[in-house]
Write a protein that binds this ligand. Sequence first.
Ligand code: TXA
Ligand code: MG
Length: 318
Amino acid sequence: MKNIYLNIYKPNRTNLIKAKKNIENNNVIGIPTETVYGLAGNAYSNKSIKKIFTLKKRPYYNPLIIHFSNLKKLRKDVVLNNTFLKLYKAFCPGPITFILKKNPKSEISDMATARKNTVAVRFPKHKVVRKLLSLLNVPLAAPSANISSRLSPTSSNDVADEFKNKIKFILDGGRSRIGLESTIIDLTTSPKILRHGFITPEKISKILKTKIEINKRVKKIKSPGQLKLHYSPGIPVRIGMQIPKKSDAVIGFGKRFKTKKNHFNLSKNGNLNEAANSLYRTLRKIKNNGFKSIIVNKIPNLGIGIAINDRLKKASNK
Ligand code: TXA
Ligand code: MG
């Protein structure tokens, strides 16, 4: 299918140079990663960070993830520790984000870190963003490329749909392989998972040889009406077996989930990685097909299934 969007660019050499120039001029661009697409800007520039917050309609107290290509340039911006180095060796580049202490000498924009003394750092694996990072002298601040509280995009078309011509440049990197945001682990105290993802607590425990804490505390809503919903497809999501109305779509998983017109199977083979990969795409499709609400049947709460259920629970405002 031919691309209908004029702001989507193939990731060839010429366009990677264009992307680099955009970042150096403090413009904001769409980038592919293996988890979801990001809205990227120069992490050292308040000007580009401000553009990111404005475009996303993101509250300023919610800090951004800073993307690096490797360890080399990291020391200037954050304080490294042994736990981090072990996990870096095991999983990076890859779908995991670390919260570390900010180096007082760091050049990272105070706005990007919401004036905290910590920084979220990630080393994405996707070839295209790695190439871009290697051309740049600055790290990339990049939240998921969606309007705040909505679904994360997993293709360049999703990004273009979300922001229309408000962003001028999106690098195409195909469909995101994982399709769910990175695991976030706080390493400023004893390791604690802040967001579930492809790298599960079990995998992390194996490397660190300790049990990993999971942050169960529900985030306080800092101002009324904000951040109540997360990962929302824009229509109500309900979890559990219910009798669907005609205007309801039903999401299920595995061989036993019946094939009907309004039924959407995240993985007919019962493969959780495939289900994670098709989750946001399916939610978008359902919304675009005009359904009025979504009923979700249970997905096994194992491995990446925990991250899938976490997103669905938040999308249902529970
Ligand atoms: O997979 C991903 O992580 C994607 C791709 C683009 O890299 N990015 C992403 O960014 O999901 P975003 O902004 O949608 O989610 C970042 C999360 C937010 O919930 C934010 O509160 C948290 O990371 N975060 C950022 N800095 C933090 C910090 N210093 N301490 C605690 N949480 C932090
Ligand atoms: Mg996000």
